[in-house]
Design a protein around this ligand. Structure first.
Ligand SMILES: Cc1ncc(COP(=O)(O)O)c(C=O)c1O
Length: 423
């Protein structure tokens, strides 16, 4: 694998920061990654030189319009979307989902059913539960297997009925780290005429996304989870975007995608998205040459980006293996996610664990004192934590390396951990 970690790390100024001469280890990445210098530069350039509203005759307005259009093209490449006109920007995934749920809800009638999953972050649960309450819909739940930490997909045959209209599921769990087989789920839903809304917030940073292959109807993600700015991005199938009634003010554009973008957008954030995609593209051309063959049906930046994601996932698999191998050796630790060697390719490196005698908060606090950054608690994966029976007991500790982390950092964490556990 031609993976140059030092060249990668040099592009993230935050990775060189120290506190009282102590290095930082960022394992809080599932909550938000560090940001590329090139992203900050693109955002600064937009703010300082292209600050205008879009749609005017003058140069700065045209520049701002170009920023937005370039980012739509970049995200279409990143997601392998058929067209940039299907890319919608918004503040973040949660806000986009609440917003879209209002339009999607207009297609539904009292008594219709929607399917939600117990593996999902609350941002792909509660907007839909609230919609269901408002519209008198039935909610049906897709559980996951507590031994495999995966869905048993045969269950879908019982859960999807002739009244089901919408199925919402995540690409990867922000707590267990499981990568869900969304392609199979969408195929099952499509066969029953059910719309699909995929929360790709935790899959997009780790695995190459191909919305045409997944064949979903909506796919939503957030670029601050993959080294970019705080922005939400939605891909929607054109026929559906055209069918939905946008919640918008009268003078705003009436055509997709901009009709779903309420008010004035953060053009600087949108400029940062393009720089984020270009980072993956650079990795694709400089380090991921052998991976392009897997994406030979794609061309140009689209192919480079997908090749890069495949390379990065291979590297992240090494990190995940090392982390899980180390954790399962420690007395009293239970990894709340896949540990089976044969299934490791079906998880992202986000690893949650509990200890029989020590509260997650206390472990996270102890690690913070050693400048190792992790999260504890349910991490907004409310249904997941409830389902695993850890909601009332403080959730789990979540350690989330990404491709800019090293095996040496994982070793430091594994060395620090036993000293923080009660006997
Ligand atoms: C799986 C998942 N979905 C949705 C969200 C919400 O994302 P946003 O902050 O963009 O609203 C998160 C945030 O952590 C997440 O992990």
């Amino acid at each position: 694998m031609n993976f140059d970690l030092q060249a990668i790390r040099a592009q993230f100024p935050a990775l060189a920061l120290t506190d009282r001469s102590r290095r930082r280890i960022y394992f809080d990445n599932p909550a938000g990654t560090q940001v590329l210098a090139s992203v900050a530069e693109a955002m600064s350039d937009c703010l300082l030189k292209k600050s205008a509203n879009v749609g005017g005759y003058f140069a700065s307005s045209q520049d701002a319009g170009e920023v937005v259009q370039s980012a739509r093209i970049a995200m279409a490449d990143f997601l392998n979307a058929p067209s940039p006109d299907e890319i919608v920007f918004g503040q973040n995934m949660t806000t986009i989902t609440f917003h879209l749920s209002r339009s999607i809800g207009r297609l539904l009638r009292p008594g219709d059913e929607i399917v939600l999953s117990q593996m999902d972050h609350d941002a792909n649960v509660w907007p839909w539960v609230m919609m269901a309450r408002d519209l008198e819909l039935e909610v049906r739940w897709l559980p996951f297997n507590h031994e495999t930490f995966e869905f048993d997909l045969e269950i879908l045959d019982d859960i999807i009925t002739e009244r089901t209209r919408l199925l919402c599921v995540g690409g990867a769990s922000n707590l267990t780290g499981t990568i869900n087989n969304v392609k199979a789920i969408c195929a099952r839903a499509r066969a029953a005429g059910v719309m699909t809304y995929i929360d790709g917030v935790q899959s997009a940073p780790h695995i190459a996304t191909d919305v045409q292959d997944i064949a979903c109807d909506f796919f939503v993600c957030s670029s601050y989870k993959f080294f970019g700015p705080h922005q939400g991005i939605l891909w929607g199938r054109r026929e559906l975007l055209e069918q939905l009634e946008p919640y918008k003010v009268r003078p705003a554009p009436s055509e997709p995608p901009s009709c779903f973008e309420t008010g004035t957008q953060s053009h600087e954030g949108i400029a940062g998205i393009t720089a984020t995609v270009d980072y993956f593209s650079r990795i694709g051309t400089s380090m991921a040459k052998g991976y392009g063959d897997r994406w030979s049906h794609l061309a140009g930046r689209r192919r480079d980006v997908h090749a890069a994601m495949s390379l990065l996932f291979d590297y992240e698999k090494l990190l995940a293996d090392h982390l899980v191998d180390g954790l399962v050796e420690i007395d009293g630790i239970k990894v709340q996610g896949i540990t089976d060697k044969n299934a490791m390719g079906r998880r992202v490196p986000t690893v949650a664990f509990t200890h029989s005698k020590t509260a997650p908060d206390s472990i996270a606090e102890g690690l913070a004192k050693q400048n190792i950054f992790v999260w504890s608690g349910h991490n907004y994966a409310v249904e997941v934590a409830k389902s695993l029976g850890i909601y009332e007991t403080g959730g789990a500790v979540r350690v989330g390396p990404v491709h800019y982390n090293s095996v040496a950092e994982i070793d430091e964490f594994l060395k620090a951990l036993p000293g923080l556990l009660s006997r």
